[in-house]
Design a protein around this ligand. Structure first.
Ligand code: HEM
Length: 419
């Protein structure tokens, strides 16, 4: 894709229906303009209809790689505890919705320690065989389920694996998977009228999920199994255990983060491989060697999570722009991942792109770096491995229907076909 040049005063990063739902080349052009503009640009926040909270005082957009890196790695100066999405919520709601992603140390550290034991490379390697088995089953059923050899890639391929894996890791029974899928769609679909029609609806779904999680947690505390829920409910840090409320919020974070992001990475990846057949042939021809760089390139290329926010804890400056204590900065990972000062030829999809300098789709480092990065890379690798082994002619044949969002680079539907 070649970005379309766009003047600075012609776009508004807070305009979800206009800017974010608009053409992708314009979006790329706008961020290129922001990266070239000296200093920082400030944006007003949009008014969310029927939300019980007024919009905040706006935010500074961080579009260059080094600025995002700086904010992400200086958590004392740029904290998460006042919220990690653009809008402000009362503190209890921040923690209710975001769990540790909206916390600072020492609270964040305590929670992260409890859960991180379930996500080490060793733990992820344990589920490897089982992830292969699931991915193979997803691909193998396509021929029988779709005799015309065409289907929606998102629903029938990309979404199925992360959903099953995270649900199984958490110990959620199979009959509840569809319910979980619906809830996570609603939570990350905020802004897209297909998923959330009102603020009340969002709250109602979140509460249902929270109650479900509390019941699951209580059950595993009483009857532990070998799932992560049991590990978390039994874990103690400094003599303290997770409360049912903490687990409820944690559950929402893990299940939402584990589901939507990886699904979108797989969908964007298949689209990119279809549009760049030379890169697909390279990858499929030497999968063992190239899988690692290719998966990171897919994450750089697609940047499934568009932004996270931080709040300045004291007066400081970035790129010569003074930032006052209490002001917000928003790290646009999509833009950092296209920064021409860091990535040569950033608009080229290149499955051999070196791992350093690292892409920042899982965050730019610091205490909140994606807990599921190892798991997501494994799931993506296994899925593309099974596709190239079992159905190498699988390709995208339709135009993507994108999620309307400034937070998740989501694809709702994407037609595919095979021979
Ligand atoms: C391609 C897939 C994924 C992408 C692009 C992604 C992206 C991100 C990003 C950008 C962050 C914020 C990093 C920061 O603020 O420094 C994050 C945090 C997080 N991710 Fe992921 N993620 C993915 C998959 C997963 C999976 C599979 C899981 C879990 C099952 C997961 C769990 C989390 C959690 C729990 C956090 C919060 C960590 C903290 O606050 O300490 N993610 N992810």
């Amino acid at each position: 894709m070649t970005p379309t040049p766009v003047p600075l005063d012609s776009f508004d990063l807070s305009d979800v229906e206009g800017f974010w739902a608009g053409p992708r080349d314009v979006r790329e052009g706008a961020f290129e303009t922001l990266r070239r503009t000296p200093g920082l640009v400030h944006y007003e926040e949009r008014v969310i209809e029927d939300a019980p909270f007024p919009p905040g005082a706006g935010y500074w957009a961080l579009a260059r790689h080094d600025e995002i890196w700086h904010a992400s790695r200086n958590p004392k100066l740029f904290c998460s505890g006042q919220g990690s999405n653009i809008g402000d919520l009362p503190q209890e709601m921040n923690e209710f919705f975001g769990s540790m992603i909206n916390m600072d140390d020492p609270k964040h550290f305590r929670l992260r320690t409890i859960v991180s034991s379930g996500f080490t490379p060793k733990e992820v390697a344990k589920v490897e065989g089982y992830v292969h088995h699931k991915a193979a089953a997803i691909i193998d059923r396509l021929d029988a389920a779709f005799p015309d050899r065409t289907c929606d890639f998102v629903e029938h391929v990309a979404a199925a694996l992360p959903l099953q894996v995270i649900c199984d890791m958490m110990g959620i029974p199979e009959e509840d998977h569809a319910k979980i899928f619906g809830w996570t769609n609603t939570i990350l679909g905020v802004g897209d009228p297909e998923f959330v029609s009102s603020y009340e609806e969002l709250m109602a779904h979140s509460l249902e999920m929270f109650t479900y999680a509390q019941d699951l947690g209580e059950d595993r505390r009483a009857n532990p199994t070998d799932d992560i829920t049991s590990v978390m409910m039994a874990a103690e840090v400094d003599g303290e255990r997770l409360t049912a409320q903490e687990f409820g919020s944690f559950f929402i974070l893990l299940v939402v983060a584990g589901n939507e992001t990886t699904r979108n990475a797989i969908s964007h990846g298949m689209k990119a491989l279809t549009e760049h057949p030379d890169q697909r042939d390279l990858l499929y021809g030497d999968f063992e060697t190239l899988a690692r760089t290719a998966m990171d390139e897919i994450v750089r290329w697609s940047t499934p999570v568009i932004h996270f926010r931080r709040t300045a804890t004291e007066d400081t400056e970035i790129a010569g722009q003074p930032i006052e204590a209490g002001e917000k900065v928003v790290m646009f990972y999509n833009s950092g991942n296209r920064d021409e000062r860091v990535y040569p030829d950033p608009y080229r999809f290149d499955v051999t792109r070196p791992l350093q300098p690292a892409q920042i789709g899982f965050g730019a480092g610091g205490p909140h770096f994606c807990l599921g990065a190892n798991l997501a890379r494994r799931e993506m690798t296994v899925m593309f491995d099974e596709i190239r082994r079992r159905l190498p002619t699988l390709r995208i044949t339709g135009e993507p229907e994108y999620l309307q969002s400034n937070f998740i680079n989501g694809i709702k539907r994407l037609e595919c076909a095979w021979d």
